[in-house]
Design a protein around this ligand. Structure first.
Ligand SMILES: [Zn+2]
Length: 83
Protein backbone atom coordinates (compact mmCIF):
# COMPACT_ATOMS: atom_id res chain seq x y z
CA UNK A 1 0.00 0.00 0.00
CA UNK A 2 2.66 2.49 1.03
CA UNK A 3 5.11 1.90 -1.75
CA UNK A 4 8.61 2.89 -0.79
CA UNK A 5 10.11 1.87 -4.07
CA UNK A 6 11.06 5.39 -5.04
CA UNK A 7 12.57 8.11 -2.91
CA UNK A 8 10.20 10.84 -1.86
CA UNK A 9 12.50 13.47 -3.26
CA UNK A 10 12.03 12.18 -6.77
CA UNK A 11 9.67 14.48 -8.63
CA UNK A 12 6.30 13.06 -9.42
CA UNK A 13 6.00 11.90 -12.98
CA UNK A 14 4.52 14.44 -15.28
CA UNK A 15 0.95 13.70 -16.13
CA UNK A 16 0.47 11.16 -13.38
CA UNK A 17 -2.99 12.53 -12.87
CA UNK A 18 -3.76 12.32 -16.55
CA UNK A 19 -3.65 8.57 -16.28
CA UNK A 20 -6.97 6.83 -15.93
CA UNK A 21 -6.64 6.65 -12.19
CA UNK A 22 -4.57 8.12 -9.44
CA UNK A 23 -1.60 6.00 -8.63
CA UNK A 24 -0.69 5.04 -5.09
CA UNK A 25 1.99 7.70 -4.91
CA UNK A 26 -0.48 10.40 -5.84
CA UNK A 27 -2.92 9.24 -3.18
CA UNK A 28 -0.22 8.93 -0.56
CA UNK A 29 1.22 12.32 -1.41
CA UNK A 30 -2.26 13.80 -1.32
CA UNK A 31 -2.92 12.40 2.15
CA UNK A 32 0.37 13.74 3.41
CA UNK A 33 -0.10 17.13 1.75
CA UNK A 34 2.98 16.70 -0.33
CA UNK A 35 1.33 17.87 -3.53
CA UNK A 36 1.54 21.39 -4.78
CA UNK A 37 -1.70 23.27 -5.21
CA UNK A 38 -2.40 22.42 -8.81
CA UNK A 39 -1.73 18.71 -8.33
CA UNK A 40 -3.78 18.70 -5.18
CA UNK A 41 -6.71 20.24 -7.04
CA UNK A 42 -6.32 17.75 -9.85
CA UNK A 43 -6.42 14.89 -7.38
CA UNK A 44 -9.53 16.29 -5.75
CA UNK A 45 -11.15 16.77 -9.12
CA UNK A 46 -10.46 13.16 -10.00
CA UNK A 47 -11.67 11.90 -6.65
CA UNK A 48 -14.99 13.65 -7.12
CA UNK A 49 -15.62 11.73 -10.31
CA UNK A 50 -14.03 8.41 -9.51
CA UNK A 51 -15.38 6.17 -6.79
CA UNK A 52 -12.64 3.60 -7.31
CA UNK A 53 -9.94 6.09 -6.41
CA UNK A 54 -12.11 7.44 -3.62
CA UNK A 55 -12.24 3.95 -2.19
CA UNK A 56 -8.52 3.58 -2.54
CA UNK A 57 -8.04 6.90 -0.78
CA UNK A 58 -10.18 5.68 2.11
CA UNK A 59 -8.31 2.37 2.23
CA UNK A 60 -4.99 4.16 2.30
CA UNK A 61 -6.18 6.58 4.97
CA UNK A 62 -7.42 3.67 7.05
CA UNK A 63 -4.11 1.93 6.65
CA UNK A 64 -2.24 5.04 7.74
CA UNK A 65 -4.62 5.58 10.64
CA UNK A 66 -4.03 2.01 11.75
CA UNK A 67 -0.30 2.59 11.73
CA UNK A 68 -0.62 5.86 13.60
CA UNK A 69 -2.89 4.23 16.14
CA UNK A 70 -0.41 1.42 16.60
CA UNK A 71 2.40 3.87 17.30
CA UNK A 72 0.79 6.95 18.75
CA UNK A 73 -2.81 6.24 19.52
CA UNK A 74 -2.49 3.77 22.33
CA UNK A 75 -4.96 4.41 25.07
CA UNK A 76 -3.54 6.58 27.80
CA UNK A 77 -2.19 4.47 30.60
CA UNK A 78 -4.49 4.17 33.52
CA UNK A 79 -3.86 6.87 36.06
CA UNK A 80 -1.38 5.65 38.57
CA UNK A 81 -2.93 4.82 41.86
CA UNK A 82 -1.59 7.13 44.53
CA UNK A 83 -1.01 4.50 47.07
ZN1 LIG B 1 -9.73 6.93 -10.54
Amino acid sequence: MIAASRPVSEPARDGFIALNHLDEDAIENYIFNRLDNSRCLAVERHLRSCSACGQQLRDTQEFITDIKTAFFGLPAPARAVAH
